[in-house]
Design a binder for this molecule. Sequence first.
Ligand code: FAD
Length: 388
Amino acid sequence: VDHVVVVGAGLAGVRSVEALRAHGFAGRITLIGEEPHRPYDRPPLSKAVLLGQADSTVVDSDLEALDVRLCLGVAAKGLRDGVVETTEGEVHYDGLVIATGAAPVRLRGEGRQHVLRTIDDALALRTHLVRRRRIAVIGAGWIGAEVATAAAKAGCAVTVVEAGEAPLVTALGDVGGYTAPWYGKAGVELRLGAVVGSVDPDGVTLMSGARIEADVVLTCVGVRPAVDWLKGSAVALDDGVLVDEHLKTSMDNVVAAGDCANWWSRRFGRRMRVEHWDTALGAPDTAAATLLGEVAVYDPVPYFWSEQFGHMVQFAGYQGAAERRVLRGDPLTDEKWAVCWLTGEDRLAAILTVDRPRDLVQGRRIVEGGQRLDAARLTDASVTLRDC
Ligand code: FAD
């Protein structure tokens, strides 16, 4: 391999460059990114940037020292054997990393819809977060909740419109319902079971015909893997780029990592595509190793966090195979609590913690190790998790 091309200059892209060098690759590297910006972190966009505490979140990586050719403002349009077609012409590769992430879904309607994926999106949205401005946030997912937090802090009149019966329902099911009281406490109106029909110039119309007037509408209903440019290529796609446990695609010398990659997890015996920072941070090491002919397997316990309504919410694991749930603390009366998902053998499958960071750290290790827990002790929130 003489020349590696990395497409997508987000976190997974820049980490891929670092990992290639860390694994001893001394050939040429080209990093191609559609945005005009140097690689930056997205988690602060809905937190510090919206709150006015940061204007830049550029990743701390010395790209000059890594000796990488940076092609910003350039989009990949197609792929054939050994060639990436871009808006600036063809780029030949011996090895390719696909790290094009994901792009926000938009809804129907004539009205302006803000989305929040890029630093430009965040800076544009921030100018609207002023006292009394009426903001409608569509979707009470992770990002919707964080934006509602920032908008309420700025004094906006915030309405969050959610189609499901609880916030965070896609990620957590009914457990997300424990976070519903946080909205009211922050002065945010939460409308559950409200399906948006269209986004209009002066607000939102629900399928029921009801209207929510707003000066600004933010659509936060999820993302889709940004893989349209690979259609018609030999790279197999299905909810992202299909890769094996080594992060290898169906095409020779092509790997994928980050939000766009749908990998085979040995640990969970299923495919996973995880749209979280920790995956974009960790997967590129395996992707780089695989591209360089080493044998490496990516098999993490997925992890993420969210900061909303003054709470640190963290999650580790995968709850799909769990059979029951155990609460540590009472979500309705206690400030700090956790939910543990257990398998039929009382092994910890997943843990959600609210302001209990130590439970998260220990829980993540317990999920990784696969040991059994004493479910009765687990319900006593004063017993350290690793002693359960
Ligand atoms: P991306 O960050 O999407 O980077 C992909 C890059 O590829 C983009 O710059 C894109 O422009 C570029 N690209 C796309 N198509 C092309 C093309 N055809 N040619 C060239 N370039 C292309 N995760 C957490 O765990 N905790 C959080 O608190 C959290 N908060 C978040 C808040 C916000 C507002 C957002 C948007 C995300 C948040 N995340 C969080 C998720 C996390 O940021 C993502 O999982 C992570 O950014 C994924 O990195 P990536 O490099 O795979 O993709």
